[in-house]
Design a protein. Structure first.
Length: 354
């Protein structure tokens, strides 16, 4: 088994080593994998002048699973579009056809007071945001910058979906809803955009094949509101790429901190890309204070989805909960006045709690 380790930029380089620590500690429970590291994002630009160096893509292709930290480095923010750090991640997802992005938002009882929302609104929260990951305005053409005839700067991006792309993420949503509470809420903007009207149409058609699953539709603006008003009403939210990017950050905050939210990106096989939902957080990078739990929980998702080790995944999740129950907190999830621990200590405590 080969795991590609892509720390990326910013706090990615601090949190990934902690998740690696946890994966290595699982050796004593029989988990045996080869870990190989490569640069992506700003680190890719630094190493090979490419946000997704060919050697990194090659490693990712060979790997059974990929663990990624975060991409994004302000030093490269003014690079031409094709060379932005985030493009490395976008290309990686596309090259491996990882179209289904699972972003579960679950409130751990240990963190019920860490959310900025009232406890009764988020207590027991358990929703899955399923984001389509390889289509939409992120990839649609035409795209680019130019000038109008009058010489004014102009730029364009295209929101585009084919029905097959909508149907395949739809099937994933309905199938996973069957293992949960049997409800799918499809998010779109069908009242304004043709492409979103197609999204709704195809979702409805696919839904007919799953009469046991309840399908509702919601405009994305209303969904943003409901997500903070009554988030527990949701089970599975299936969403186009752009809206899913936005709603998943919002869903993350319901759980107390975006530093807690893990994700898995899957395609047609068990190969998967696992990464925290948060970004590279340049403001706190290098300080040793970032929360490694989202990455550690992403590694748990990897154990479950790519390697079929439900037992080890549960072991990691239990270890995280135990450390939280003992009261250990990184700064992002600490109540005011409470003593906090750093990135490394959190990683070590989880590894020890396994
Ligand atoms: C995410 C991130 C990425 C995205 C960026 C870094 C390209 O925001 O995974 O949510 O927009 O998909
Ligand atoms: Mg995002």
């Amino acid at each position: 088994m080969l795991i590609a380790i892509l720390p990326g930029d910013g706090i990615g380089r601090e949190i990934v080593p902690e998740a690696v620590k946890v994966l290595r500690a699982l050796a004593s429970f029989g988990f045996d994998a080869t870990l190989e590291e490569a640069p992506i994002g700003g680190a890719g630009l630094e190493a090979a002048d490419d946000p997704l160096p060919p050697a990194t893509l090659d490693l990712a292709r060979r790997a059974d699973a990929i663990l990624l930290g975060a991409v994004g480095d302000p030093r490269y923010a003014n690079y031409p579009h094709g060379k932005l750090p985030g493009v490395g991640l976008r290309r990686l997802r596309k090259e491996l056809d990882l179209f289904a992005n699972f972003r579960p938002a679950r409130l751990l009882p240990e963190l019920r007071d860490a959310s900025t929302l009232k406890p009764e609104v988020v207590d027991g929260l358990d929703l899955l945001l399923l984001r389509e990951l390889t289509g939409d305005i992120y990839y649609g053409t035409p795209r680019g910058r130019g000038k109008t005839e009058a010489g004014e700067r102009e730029a364009v991006n295209t929101m585009r979906y084919r029905e097959s792309e909508i149907a395949r993420i739809g099937h994933v949503a309905f199938r996973v809803a069957r293992t949960r509470r049997g409800k799918v809420c499809s998010v779109d903007k069908a009242n304004v955009l043709e492409v979103m009207a197609l999204w709704r149409e195809v979702m409805t058609e696919v839904g007919r094949e799953y009469p046991d699953v309840e399908l509702t539709h919601m405009y994305v603006d209303a969904a943003a509101m409901q997500l903070v008003r009554a988030p527990k009403a949701f089970d599975v939210i299936v969403s186009p790429n752009l809206f899913g990017d936005i709603l998943s950050d919002q869903a993350a905050m319901l759980t107390g901190s975006i530093g807690m939210l893990a994700s898995a990106s899957l395609g047609a096989t068990t190969q998967g890309l696992y990464e925290p939902v948060h970004g590279s957080a340049p403001d706190i990078a290098g300080k040793g204070v970032a929360n490694p739990l989202a990455t550690i929980l992403s590694a748990a998702m990897m154990l479950r989805h790519s390697f079929g080790h439900e037992d080890l995944a549960a072991r990691v999740e239990t270890a995280v909960r135990r450390v939280l129950a003992e009261g250990w907190r990184t700064a992002d999830i600490a109540e005011p006045g409470r003593r906090t621990i750093g990135t490394r200590e959190m990683g070590e405590r989880v590894a020890a709690a396994l």
